[in-house]
Each structure stands twice: as structure tokens, then as C-alpha cells.
Design a protein around this ligand. Structure first.
Ligand code: OSB
Ligand code: MG
Length: 370
């Protein structure tokens, strides 16, 4: 297979409702879409999952645009490659920049699956014919608004509620949620807002029997997480700290977590995500699919990845309409009334990409060719 052209488009897409974490509020997404075209005219689509500012990771929209256009695309365009699984190693001389790499790599997987006339999820080795969905609910302006949102999502059938926690928005809100909704599957995501000095706070939250604490400590740490995990019965789940299969192996060996959140962008694409899943499954550590407020294209890739055997916990993969007034794929991602998504049977990502809508939302475009 030979990729002869890579097209980048930045679209700006306002969220239905702002999304706030311990590091800030997002109101509108700036998303880079990648379209790869091979010498026979077949196409594949990928999405860069970076944020608008470098707070979740070092990567952000403008840095990724430059990296994809000037560094990564020239390494792929015009080269004969055996399969999509080789794209990761083609980029091996480039340090980091995993979200940029994943944006291209996932597009090549879509293209390859389309050429084989196979759904991407089956091509990746996925076996699960339905995936369990949870929701991630950001920090709200008031506890009442948070409780209302949780009520709405439970009514919609979602199988697990994740709330963002941060100093001043933690123990008390969890207590309020438990008081109002009882024994629902509930977890908290701190996005690194705490230090080991907060161990007593986490111990005091154990009475609420959360499914897990996601990324309580620094994104560059696995040592303090191991110390914290030793003091807790509640499982720690790592998100920001895990960039690779190696990171997963080391964190598991150290006892830094008992659950891993896998994000395609954070680990560098489908090949790396499959290897993280393999490491975790081998160690008996459950994984689930994290989200980055993706448009339909990134969401479709998340659905495909979530069908791998090790994804045994509900992910942050939910319906398009929770994020967008109108998505860029057809049909939009929908969730059943009991909280499942059925992976599509069509070739590749299995959703039609709406070129008309992308054109309307586009703010810049560039083409890299052989
Ligand atoms: O930590 O999982 C996170 C969104 C942006 C950055 C980081 C995170 C999140 C989410 C939202 O929790 C997940 C989603 O609904 O897409
Ligand atoms: Mg997280």
C-alpha cells in the first residue's frame, strides 16, 4: 500500500455544553481531521485528539498541525508500506507527539480496513459485539446542576457515571451523589489535581465505594501512585501517566494502578493501543476506552478499539448528541436505552464521513503529497 496524499482540515465545533476539568474549561473544539488517500484512490479518516491548549498533554492543536504537516506526513507519503501496523515504526525517529502520530496512523487503519472490505473493529482483532458505555461529567457551576446531569444520563441508560474531581469539588459532591442516587456505578477523575499529601482525603472517600480513582496524582508519576495505591482498597486507574505498552507494564509491576484507561491519541494509535491492551490483559488488569471530546471520526475509532477483549469496563464513549448539535458522520453515534453501542458492520470505521459538513466547518486546510 502506498499513501500518495494526506489532507489536513481544521474544523471548529462548539460543544453543546462546556466541559470543565481540574485544568480548565473547553467551550469550542478545534479539531484536526486527517484524510489519507492511497495510489488507487482509497481513503481513510483519522482525528487528532489533542486539546486546544497543552494542559492534558504537551500537544495542542497548533503544535499538532505543524508536526503532522512538516514532520510526520513526509515520512509516510510516497512510501511503500506492508500494512497499517507498520506506520507506528515508520515514525520511530520522532520523539513523543503521540497524538499527532495517532491521527495519521488511525486514518491508515481505516483505509486498510476499507480496502479489505472489513469493519475496522474486526480488522483490529476486536471480538465484542456490543460495547458498554459510560459518561464523563465535567465540573459544573453548582452541585444541583451536576445532580441534574447525572439524573439525565442515568435515565438515558448509561452504565457508569464518571465525575471530575478537584480540590473543593471532591468529597462533598461524591457524598451528595451517593445520597441522591444510591449504589450507582460511580468513579472520580482528578486529572492530576492532587499530591501524595492528599492521601488521607482519598482514604476518607473510600466509604463511597467508588469503582476507581482516575489519575489522582501527577501525569509524570508512577512512584507516588504506587504508594497511594498501597494505602487504598479502591483501585487507582491511570490515564495521563500511561503513554505506551512499556509504561503500562512498569505501572502494573510497581503496583501504581489496578485499572488502565486507554486513549488512542495518548498512546499513539491503534497498534500501540492493541499492545497496551495485550500487556494489561496478560496481567489481569482491566482496561477501558477514554475519551477526548472527539467528533464522530475519533468516536468511531474509539468504538472499534473498545471491541478488543481486554476492554471489560464501560468507557467514556457516548452518543454524538451529548457533545454536538450535529456531528460530522452519518449516522451519528447512538447509544441504546440500556447503554450499549453496537459496532457498525460497514467497512473501515463504518460511518459515512460528511464532507459537506466538514467543508462548512473548516477554518484551514493543507495537502501533503508525494
Ligand atoms: O481525563 O478523561 C479525561 C476530556 C478531555 C481531556 C481529558 C479527559 C476528558 C474526559 C472526557 O474525561 C471524555 C469524553 O467524554 O470524551
Ligand atoms: Mg482522565
Amino acid at each position: 500500500m502506498k499513501i500518495s496524499r494526506i489532507e489536513l482540515t481544521e474544523i471548529n465545533l462548539p460543544l453543546v455544553h462546556f466541559f470543565e476539568t481540574s485544568f480548565g474549561r473547553t467551550i469550542e473544539r478545534r479539531i484536526i481531521l486527517v484524510r489519507v488517500v492511497d495510489e488507487e484512490g482509497a481513503e481513510g479518516w483519522g482525528e487528532c485528539t489533542c486539546g486546544e491548549v497543552p494542559n492534558y498533554s504537551e500537544e495542542w492543536t497548533d503544535s499538532c498541525w505543524e508536526t503532522i504537516e512538516k514532520i510526520l506526513s513526509p515520512l509516510l507519503v510516497g512510501k511503500e508500506i506492508g500494512s497499517a501496523s507498520e506506520v507506528w515504526s515508520l515514525f520511530s525517529a520522532v520523539r513523543g507527539n503521540r497524538m499527532s502520530k495517532a491521527a495519521i496512523e488511525t486514518a491508515v487503519w481505516d483505509l486498510e480496513a476499507k480496502k479489505l472490505d472489513t469493519p475496522l473493529w474486526k480488522h483490529l482483532g476486536g471480538t465484542q459485539e456490543e460495547i458498554a458505555c459510560g459518561v464523563s461529567i465535567g465540573i459544573q457551576d453548582s452541585v444541583e446542576e451536576l445532580l441534574d446531569k447525572i439524573h439525565t444520563e442515568l435515565e438515558a441508560g448509561y452504565r457508569r457515571i464518571k465525575v471530575k474531581i478537584a480540590p473543593g469539588w471532591d468529597r462533598d459532591i461524591i457524598a451528595r451523589i451517593r445520597h441522591r442516587f444510591g449504589d450507582i456505578p460511580l468513579m472520580g477523575d482528578a486529572n492530576s489535581a492532587y499530591t501524595l499529601g492528599d492521601a488521607d482525603l482519598f482514604k476518607s472517600m473510600e466509604e463511597f465505594d467508588l469503582m476507581m480513582f482516575e489519575q489522582p496524582l501527577s501525569r509524570s508519576d508512577i512512584v507516588d501512585h504506587a504508594k497511594l495505591q498501597k494505602e487504598l482498597l479502591t483501585s487507582i486507574c491511570l490515564d495521563e501517566s500511561i503513554h505506551s505498552p512499556e509504561d503500562a507494564r512498569k505501572a502494573i509491576e510497581l503496583g501504581s494502578c489496578r485499572i488502565v484507561n486507554v486513549k488512542l491519541g495518548r498512546v499513539g494509535g491503534h497498534q500501540q493501543a492493541r499492545e497496551v491492551e495485550t500487556v494489561c490483559r496478560g496481567a489481569g488488569v482491566p482496561v477501558w476506552c477514554g475519551g477526548m471530546l472527539e467528533s464522530g471520526i475519533g468516536r468511531a475509532h474509539n468504538i472499534a478499539m473498545s471491541t478488543l477483549e481486554g476492554f471489560t469496563l464501560p468507557g467514556d464513549v457516548s452518543a454524538s448528541k451529548r457533545y454536538w448539535h450535529e456531528d460530522i458522520i452519518d449516522p451519528e453515534v447512538a447509544v441504546s436505552s440500556d447503554g450499549y453501542i453496537i459496532p457498525p458492520e460497514g467497512p473501515g470505521i463504518g460511518f459515512k464521513v460528511r464532507a459537506d459538513r466538514i467543508e462548512k466547518l473548516a477554518v484551514r486546510e493543507t495537502i501533503i503529497r508525494d
